[in-house]
Design a protein. Sequence first.
Length: 173
Amino acid sequence: MSVSLVLLVVMAVLYACGIYLMLERSMTRVLLGFLLVGNATNLLILIMAGAAGVAPIVEDGVGADSKYGAEEMTDPLPQALILTAIVITFAVSAFLLALIYRSWRLAKEDDLDDDEDDVAMRVGSESLLFEERDDGTEGDTEFGTRAQAAISEAAELEHHLEPPREKTKGAKK
């Protein structure tokens, strides 16, 4: 039961190229990278299945009078897993294609930009979600500072209305 070295090399190259493409900013490259990783995973399952054998459904069946033993037959589970992986890869690819199409229709570009909140989180500064921005817009929500005021009022109300909790452990009634 030896695995072909060529299959292992092809699988490793597919994984490497797929992950490299998935780390790009372009949605089309992300889609291509996802397809490469999906095909590499199918190869991995095929390699892990072992050596090819006889089909598990034979006319004689498996038994004492059969010409085939159980060890000479191929396990059908890896083939079912590959079929499932193909369907999942197809579905996610269709979803990514819809995202790419929508992005192209709205922005006429395929590259993703940095969000200001993501950059602020990366550098560890305060969130820009409810702050006034340089261009005069108020945060990411349509409500702007009104949403921040409502959140802070709700937090204060919750703090004042909550009764103090007493320790009842070991207390007698």
